[in-house]
Design a protein around this ligand. Structure first.
Ligand code: 5AD
Ligand code: FES
Length: 333
């Protein structure tokens, strides 16, 4: 559905009509991507980051974080176990940790590809040559949120980073033939609904294959500790409008949504989402990868989460996707 900026703003603001919006998004989801929910096993393999984004709990400047990175073998083992419990996509996410050189990442990707899974990388900004090498090693998808398209806000949230550079990275990734995932946070300080409308138009314009919307949740050990943060309702409305605008893309029910409400992910799955990314990180690492407070499932195991979310999905009449769950482009949108 083509929506102009005014219409998007209207839908984002209209709290009275939000149930109708969610219903509509749910029916568009059913029509375009069906009832399968695709599960991705998320491995948080390093909380070491060279960046210092004001909103993020693992920012370089947070000296209270106990830092870790998995060894090459630990990471490969974690992926093997996730594949064994049935995940057909492995998402490898980390801070921007340069311990993982191009060669190391390529070796890891090649090893994990042997488990018959699709691989998504979510490791931030790298060079064109690195993105190319990772793709050639077998990475299928890349996930990197633009966070906000308001450039001034972006630069305020991280004075050291460049919005243009992040955009350039997304374009390189797309050009290299990855499936491209991006997304935003809602409820950032000073962010307006006009700006969120621009974000949605941007995601539509660049032709993303997947996009995640998460509420911003202030982390106590960051400079934004005292900010208000985003609400689940606004995040869900944003996600639902995105489903109307981009009917065939993959949309995750995000972990941050569930961190604000015990049924957050199920609510999202009934308002446009068709993907869930359960955490398959093991042991202490789960707690240490704390982008925001109140993260769910920190004391659970991968097997527990897989069966927990599986039951919740089936309880609402949906099925678990059996394939890799790639973006299937529709011809009539
Ligand atoms: N609240 C919510 N989401 C956050 N992220 C980072 N910090 C926070 C926070 N405080 C999100 C960013 C990033 C993704 C991995 O996590 O959007 O891209
Ligand atoms: Fe982790 Fe339910 S998904 S306990």
């Amino acid at each position: 559905m083509n929506l102009d900026k005014q219409q998007i703003i209207q839908l984002l603001q209209d709290k009275e009509q939000q149930d109708a919006l969610f219903k509509k998004a749910d029916s568009v989801r059913h029509q375009y991507v069906g009832d399968e929910v695709h599960l991705r096993g998320l491995i948080e393999f390093s909380n070491i980051c060279r960046n210092n984004c004001l909103y993020c709990g693992i920012r370089r400047g947070n000296s209270k974080v106990v830092r870790y990175h998995m060894t090459e073998n630990e990471l490969i083992d974690t992926a093997r176990k996730a594949a064994n419990i049935g995940f057909k996509t492995i998402v490898m996410q980390s801070g921007e940790d340069m311990y993982y050189t191009q060669d190391k990442m390529c070796r890891i990707i090649e090893a994990i590809k042997k488990f018959d899974v699709a691989i998504t990388l979510s490791i931030g900004e790298r060079t064109y040559d690195e993105y190319k090498a990772f793709r050639e090693a077998g990475a299928d998808r890349y996930l990197m949120r633009i966070e906000t398209t308001d450039k001034d806000l972006y630069h305020k949230l991280d004075p050291e980073m460049s919005w243009q550079h992040r955009y350039d990275c997304l374009m390189m990734i797309k050009q290299l033939g990855y499936e491209l995932g991006s997304g935003i946070m809602v409820g950032l300080p000073e962010q307006t609904v006009e700006s969120i409308a621009d974000d949605l138009l941007f995601l539509q314009e660049i032709g993303i294959d997947m996009a995640g919307i998460g509420p911003f949740i202030p982390h106590p050990q960051t400079p934004l500790a005292n900010e208000a943060g985003g609400t689940l309702d606004l995040a869900l409305r944003t996600m639902a409008v995105m489903r109307l605008m981009m009917p065939d893309i993959n949309i995750p029910a995000t972990t941050a949504m569930e961190s604000l409400h015990p049924k957050g992910r199920i609510m999202a799955l009934q308002a446009g989402a068709n993907v869930v990314m359960p955490n398959v990180t093991e042991g202490e690492y789960r707690k240490l990868y704390e982008l925001y407070p109140g993260k769910i499932c920190v004391n659970d195991t991968p097997v527990h989460c897989r069966s927990c979310i599986g039951m919740k999905i089936e309880a609402i009449g949906r099925t678990i996707g059996k394939g890799y769950g790639a973006h299937k482009k529709s011809t009539n949108n």
